[in-house]
Design a protein around this ligand. Structure first.
Ligand code: AMP
Length: 279
C-alpha cells in the first residue's frame, strides 16, 4: 500500500494504473476506521483492480455546534487497518488543498438534502456533496463505495452522480453491525456503558417494525407511533425522526411496499445515532 497526501501524488499513482486499463474503486472515509469501513474496502478489493481509500475529516459537513474538533482521529491505526484490508492507495488529503483560500464552490442536491437528517443538520449534505462531488470529478474512479448505514447520504450521492452524469458506479455496501445489532459507527465511542444497551435497542426495534410493516394490513402511521413509544421506553432521550420513506425520493410512504426504507435518528445522551432497514 502506498500513502499519498497531495492530489498530484494521487494523480501520478493512478495514471500508471489507468494506462494499463485497470479499474479504480474509491472508498471515502473520515477515519476512526472500523469493520464497516473495511467492508467497503473489501467490496472494492473484490470488484476493482486498484483500491483507493481516503481518510479526511471533512469540515464542511459539520455544523458549527457539532463535533468536528473532537471527532476521533488516529492516522497510524487507520493506515494499518487499510493495509490489512489490502487497499492499494491510502489518500490523506489536506483541507488546504481541497478547500483553498477563497473556496466558494457549493455542489448541492437540495431536494434530497433538506429532509430527514437535513432538518436538524441543514448544512450537512451540502458539505458532503461539495467535498465528495469535487473529489469524484477529480479522481474519476470506476466505482465509489458507500455504506447503507448512511442511507440518506447514499441516496443523495446517487442523485449527484446521476445529475452530473459522472461515468462511474455507486456501489452500496450493507450495514455492518455489532453482535447485538448496533450499527458500527465511529461515534459509538462516545456511548457510556449504560447507554450502550439503549443504542442496541434501535436495531431490535427497527427489526420488529419492519416485520410488522411486511404484514398485509399494517397501518404505517400506527406502526411508526408504536415504534416511537418503543424507542422512548428503551431509554432514547429524543427521537429526531422515525419514518418510512421511498428508497429513491425519500418521500414519506403511507402504504408499505417492499423496498421502502425505515429510517431513524435518535439521541442517546449527547450522542446522535442513525440507522435504517429495508422493508
Ligand atoms: P464515515 O467515515 O462515517 O464518513 O463513513 C465512511 C463510509 O463508511 C460511508 O460510506 C459510510 O456509510 C460507511 N459506513 C460507516 N459505518 C458503516 C457500517 N456500520 N456499515 C457499513 N458501512 C458503514
Amino acid at each position: 500500500m502506498i500513502v499519498v497526501r497531495s492530489g498530484e501524488e494521487l494523480r501520478r499513482a493512478l495514471e500508471e494504473a489507468r494506462g494499463r486499463g485497470r479499474s479504480v474503486g474509491y472508498v471515502p472515509t473520515m477515519g476512526a476506521l472500523h469493520d464497516g469501513h473495511l467492508a467497503l474496502v473489501r467490496a472494492a478489493r473484490g470488484l476493482d483492480d486498484v483500491v483507493v481509500a481516503s481518510v479526511f475529516v471533512n469540515p464542511l459537513q459539520f455544523g458549527a455546534d457539532e463535533d468536528f474538533e473532537t471527532y476521533p482521529r488516529d492516522e497510524e491505526r487507520d493506515l494499518g487497518l487499510l493495509e490489512k484490508a489490502e487497499a492499494d492507495i491510502a489518500w490523506l488529503p489536506s483541507a488546504e488543498e481541497l478547500f483553498p483560500a477563497g473556496f466558494g464552490l457549493t455542489i448541492a442536491v437540495p431536494r434530497l438534502s433538506n429532509v430527514l437528517c437535513g432538518v436538524g443538520r441543514p448544512t450537512h449534505f451540502a458539505g458532503v456533496t461539495t467535498e465528495l462531488g469535487k473529489i469524484l470529478i477529480f479522481l474519476a474512479p470506476t466505482a465509489v463505495y458507500l455504506g447503507e448505514k448512511d442511507f440518506q447520504q447514499l441516496v443523495v450521492m446517487r442523485a449527484l452522480v446521476r445529475d452530473l452524469g459522472l461515468p462511474m458506479a455507486v456501489r452500496a455496501v450493507p450495514t455492518v453491525r455489532e453482535p447485538d445489532g448496533l450499527a458500527l459507527s465511529s461515534r459509538n465511542v462516545y456511548l457510556t456503558v449504560d447507554q450502550r444497551p439503549v443504542a442496541a435497542s434501535i436495531f431490535r426495534i427497527l427489526s420488529e417494525l419492519t416485520t410488522q410493516l411486511r404484514g398485509e394490513r399494517a397501518s404505517v402511521d400506527a406502526v411508526l407511533a408504536e415504534g416511537r413509544q418503543a424507542l422512548t421506553r428503551a431509554g432514547v432521550q429524543r427521537i429526531e425522526y422515525l419514518e418510512l420513506v421511498d428508497r429513491e425520493t425519500l418521500d414519506p410512504v403511507r402504504a408499505a411496499e417492499p423496498g421502502n426504507r425505515l429510517v431513524v435518528a435518535v439521541w442517546v445522551g449527547s450522542t446522535r445515532l442513525i440507522d435504517n432497514m429495508e422493508v
